[in-house]
Ligand binder design. Structure first.
Ligand SMILES: [Zn+2]
Ligand SMILES: [Zn+2]
Ligand SMILES: [Zn+2]
Length: 277
C-alpha cells in the first residue's frame, strides 16, 4: 500500500483560516512544508480516507486524479473530514471523461446524513445516481474493492459514532487513528495479533498529553496506545508510526517536529508525504 498524506492539519489548517497567532504568522512567512491543509490520505490511486474542503486544492497541488477515487472511506462527519458539497461537481457539465464513473462512500450514519444535507439543493439526478453512501457498523469487516475495512469506535464526539479503521490489502495492514483520543479498552481485543505494518496517529496536541477522556491525542497518548497495541500483539518491531492532524495551537513547526521524531521514533507527516508498506 502506498499512502500519500495530502493534508496533515487539524480542522482550522495551518496557518488557520482566521488566525494571527505567532505560529500561523511564522508559517505564513516560511511557507513550503510548514503549511498544513486539512487531513486526507490517499491510498494507492483509487482509495481515499476522508474528503476535506482542501481536496480540490490537493488534486491541483499534488497532481491527484480525484475522479480516479472509486472508494472513499470517511472517519466522521466533521467538516474538516467530509466536505460533501463538492460531490455535485462529479459529473454533468462539470466533469468529463472521469477515470471512475462511480464513487462509493463509506462511513457512519451521520456521514450519510451530511451527504444528503449538503447535496440536497444542487445535486443533479444523473450525478447523484453514480454516487452511493453505505453505512458501516463497528467491528464489521467489510470488503471495499481490493481492501478490507474494519471500523473501530473512536473517542471523539458525543454527537455521532466516529470511526477509526483497520485497513487491509493482501497481507498489508494499516491502522488509521484519526480523529480520536486514546482508544477504549474494548477495542484492543479486536486488534489482537493483527501485526499491522503502519499506525497513523492523531497527534493534534503534539508534545502534550491529554489523558483518557480527550477527543484528540498528543505524543504521550500515542505512546500509551502504542503500549496497548504491543500488549495485544497488534504491532511488530518494525511497524512504522506516523503522526498527523496537527493543531496550530501547539506550534508544530519543523524544529519541534524534528525533536518529536528524534525523541519518540515516529514519522511526522507533512503535506504530500508518501510512505509505502
Ligand atoms: Zn479533524
Ligand atoms: Zn494560529
Ligand atoms: Zn473531528
Amino acid at each position: 500500500m502506498k499512502l500519500t498524506y495530502l493534508g496533515t492539519g487539524a480542522a482550522e489548517g495551518i496557518p488557520a483560516a482566521f488566525c494571527h497567532c505567532k505560529t500561523c504568522e511564522e508559517v505564513r512567512r516560511r511557507g513550503g512544508r510548514e503549511i498544513r491543509t486539512r487531513s486526507q490520505v490517499l491510498i494507492d490511486e483509487s482509495f481515499c480516507v476522508d474528503f476535506p474542503p482542501d481536496s480540490y486544492f490537493h488534486s491541483v497541488r499534488n497532481g491527484v486524479d480525484l475522479s480516479a477515487i472509486s472508494h472513499l472511506l470517511v472517519t466522521h462527519s466533521h467538516m474538516d473530514h467530509f466536505y460533501a458539497h463538492d460531490f455535485i461537481l462529479r459529473g454533468y457539465k462539470y466533469a468529463h471523461a472521469m477515470t471512475s464513473p462511480t464513487l462509493s462512500i463509506y462511513g457512519n450514519g451521520e456521514v450519510k446524513a451530511v451527504f444528503e444535507e449538503c447535496t440536497r439543493r444542487e445535486m443533479r439526478k444523473e450525478v447523484g445516481g453514480t454516487i452511493s453512501c453505505t453505512v458501516l457498523k463497528r467491528y464489521e469487516r467489510t470488503k471495499i474493492g481490493e481492501y478490507a475495512v474494519t471500523p473501530l469506535p473512536a473517542n471523539h464526539s458525543k454527537g455521532e459514532e466516529c470511526f477509526v479503521y483497520l485497513i487491509e490489502k493482501g497481507d498489508k495492514r494499516l491502522l488509521y487513528l484519526n480523529d480520536t483520543g486514546r482508544l477504549s479498552p474494548e477495542v484492543y481485543p479486536h486488534l489482537q495479533g493483527k501485526k499491522v505494518d503502519l499506525v497513523s496517529f492523531d497527534c493534534t496536541f503534539v508534545f502534550e498529553s491529554r489523558g483518557v477522556n480527550a477527543r484528540h491525542m498528543g505524543i504521550g497518548d500515542n505512546m500509551a496506545v502504542k503500549a496497548e497495541l504491543e500488549r495485544v500483539d497488534a504491532v511488530r518491531k518494525d511497524t512504522k508510526y506516523v503522526v498527523t492532524h496537527f493543531s496550530h495551537n501547539q506550534a508544530p513547526l519543523k524544529e519541534n517536529l524534528d525533536r518529536l521524531e528524534r525523541e519518540y521514533g515516529v514519522i511526522c507527516a507533512y503535506d504530500g508525504m508518501t510512505v509505502e508498506v
